[in-house]
Design a protein around this ligand. Structure first.
Ligand code: CP
Length: 328
């Protein structure tokens, strides 16, 4: 059994210090609506343009953050680096391809080596399930782990930045219909979005995909699982498009080709005519224009995709402060 497939209660216990403080952010599971709201409020403060064009502080001065990305990334890695610097921390971005990982060093030995250099926050992305939890169980007291994307199971800071983006545009979760269209089965973004939106009491959550990319309903009992994209988008206040994550499956049987997928499931201007008049369109990136989303929609007036990216820096500043206890 890997760490992330531990019983849910064990994973949740691992996230919290004995005094109840969030010590590691491994998943949005186990965080209450109040705890999520506290992080979102803190992030909102960092996006307040009345404070400064770029909000900074020195709350993590003297702390060192290591970005360990065992899988590729543009947005998450860059925004964790900016976030750490904007709260005053020192940052190292380990180049995994040129690290001693290539000589057979284990992940735990890499972490212990950096810990010996007084790195106290590890931001980890992995294609393998359970790496973040394994590290969280190994590190010294006072050291924190943040999940920056774990296989197809969890991407909690993406979930938080999606919640923040929705909240900034729509205010009240319980009145909303949120529709996620795409490869739900292989999407850590969808998993964290569902966890976060469910905790925040979203009005209706629809997950639309071809049958071959549908999730196991037992893993997302709060959502309505659909295959009809027109019905899924009808009346939706928020439409999130997801990429087909071909890197996470070998067998492409039953998966439409790109042209066929766009025709059947692409989030297009035409399809959005049946969404709410003020619907917003989201995408976590990276986007495949003309596959899961029409380019004119991605760049159009309903799109909040660049807002998601901006909010990602603010959310990660808030998360780094929260887990390190430097949020006072
Ligand atoms: N949304 C997201 O995780 O993007 P990256 O893979 O570029 O970090």
């Amino acid at each position: 059994m890997t760490a992330s497939t531990l019983p849910e209660s064990d994973l949740i216990d691992l996230q919290f210090a004995p005094n109840g403080r969030l010590r590691h952010l491994l998943s949005l599971r186990g965080l209450s609506a109040d705890q999520l709201t506290e992080i979102l409020d803190r992030a909102d403060h960092f996006t307040d343009s009345s404070i400064a064009a770029v909000c900074r502080n020195n709350n993590l001065q003297g702390k060192s953050v290591a970005n360990l990305f065992f899988e590729s990334s543009t947005r998450t890695r860059a925004s964790f680096e900016l976030a750490a610097k904007r709260v005053g921390a020192d940052v190292i971005n380990l180049n995994i391809g040129q690290s001693s990982q290539t000589k057979g060093e284990t992940i735990l030995d890499t972490v212990r080596t950096l810990q010996a250099m007084q790195v106290s926050i590890f931001v980890i992305r992995s294609a393998e399930i359970g790496v973040q939890a394994m590290v969280a169980r190994d590190v010294h007291e006072g050291v924190n782990v943040v999940n920056a994307g774990e296989a197809n199971v969890s991407h909690p800071t993406q979930g938080l930045l999606d919640l923040l983006t929705i909240r900034r545009h729509k205010t009240c979760f319980d009145q909303l219909i949120v529709t996620i269209v795409g490869d739900i089965a292989h999407s850590r973004v969808a998993h964290s979005a569902v966890e976060g939106l469910t905790t925040m009491g979203v009005g209706e959550l629809r997950l639309v995909s071809p049958p071959s990319l549908a999730p196991d309903p037992a893993t997302m009992p709060s959502a309505i699982i659909m295959t009809d994209v027109a019905a899924g988008i009808s009346g939706a206040d928020v439409v999130m498009a997801l990429r087909i994550q071909k890197e996470r499956f070998a067998e492409e049987d039953g998966i439409p080709d790109e042209e066929g997928y766009y025709k059947e499931y692409g989030v297009t201007h035409e399809r959005l005519k049946n969404a709410a008049a003020d619907a917003i369109v989201m995408h976590p990136g990276p986007m495949n224009r003309g596959v899961e989303i029409e380019s004119a929609v991605a760049d159009g007036p309903a799109s909040v995709i660049t807002n998601q990216v901006s909010n990602g820096v603010a959310v990660r500043m808030a998360v780094l402060e929260t887990v390190s206890g430097c949020d006072a």
